[in-house]
Design a protein around this ligand. Structure first.
Ligand SMILES: Nc1ncnc2c1ncn2[C@@H]1O[C@H](COP(=O)(O)OP(=O)(O)O)[C@@H](O)[C@H]1O
Ligand SMILES: O=c1ccn([C@@H]2O[C@H](COP(=O)(O)OP(=O)(O)O)[C@@H](O)[C@H]2O)c(=O)[nH]1
Length: 238
């Protein structure tokens, strides 16, 4: 049985990390693992909001189109987050975890628009809320979306599930001797220009005093350990 130290959290799932070896898709073993952990934490009373990225879809498309305008590519990216959010919604509901998708971009035909008070109501009812469509604005990322939404719904922490198991002094995919931080302040992460998240997201979380824990999406049991306040990945704090 999980002993959570949080009541309401926002989970950021990297689109690219979900892809793993399955080019421009969602890897079935990664999603199966994360769904089973989500099921465990939701059944112990955690109120869970999710932001899912779109890198697994949009990077594949924009790599193939030459000279695409930045804002056009960004709108394609936001649509990619909607595709991933709908996929996640379907998988969650089929696994018996009631969830809702709320989008920053209105598509009345099949998507509920993002209304903060409704999102909070769903969370209080024990339903998972997936925030789709990013912030609705180009030049931002889903990390910044996660920061904004987490502040608005008053989540206690952002849990960033990604390809690496924490924040290192250098990108571990480029420097094999990089050393992991168990915890690090926002000021340090910003001044050292550690690029695991964008600086807009880091600055916003610092100002809002909203901690972030970065951990591996692949490591089994990591989400559960994070929810229990165990020393998993890297904690970024004020
Ligand atoms: N200092 C760092 N510590 C850890 N990872 C880093 C660092 N700098 C850059 N990265 C990179 O950040 C990536 C994870 O960021 P994320 O936003 O989840 O990925 P993506 O944008 O590909 O979805 C890692 O795969 C890693 O290569
Ligand atoms: O508010 C937002 C959120 C996302 N995006 C676009 O959507 C893409 C996918 O999001 P992200 O890169 O954060 O996904 P991830 O890396 O987590 O898969 C981004 O690269 C941007 O092009 C955007 O323009 N505005």
């Amino acid at each position: 049985m999980i002993k959570p130290i949080y009541k309401r959290v926002l989970l950021k799932l990297s689109g690219e990390a979900l892809m793993k070896g399955d080019a421009y898709n969602i890897n079935s073993s990664i999603i199966k693992n994360i769904i089973s952990e989500i099921s465990e934490i939701v059944s112990c009373g955690i109120e869970l909001a999710i932001v899912i990225g779109g890198g697994n879809i949009c990077r594949g498309i924009s790599n193939k189109i030459q000279n695409i305008d930045r804002s056009t590519a960004d709108y394609m990216g936001m649509l990619a987050t909607i595709i991933n959010s709908l996929a996640l919604f379907d998988i969650l509901n089929k696994s018996g975890i009631i969830s809702h998708v709320m989008s920053a971009i209105s598509i009345e035909k099949f998507l509920e628009s993002y209304i903060p008070l409704n999102a909070i109501k769903y969370l209080e009812e024990g339903k998972v809320v997936i925030f789709a469509g990013g912030t609705g604005n180009p030049f931002f990322t889903t990390d910044t979306t996660a920061a904004l939404r987490a502040a608005e719904i008053k989540a206690e922490i952002i849990l960033k599930a990604t390809k690496v198991d924490g924040i290192y002094n250098f990108d571990p995919n480029k420097c094999l001797s990089a050393i992991i931080y168990k915890k690090i302040t926002f000021d340090e992460v910003i001044s050292k220009k550690l690029e695991i998240m964008d600086s807009t997201a880091f600055s916003f979380c610092r100002d809002q005093k909203l901690p972030i824990r970065v951990f591996s999406i692949i490591k089994s049991g990591a989400l559960k350990r994070v929810i229990e306040g165990k020393n998993e990945g890297t904690l970024v704090y004020v």
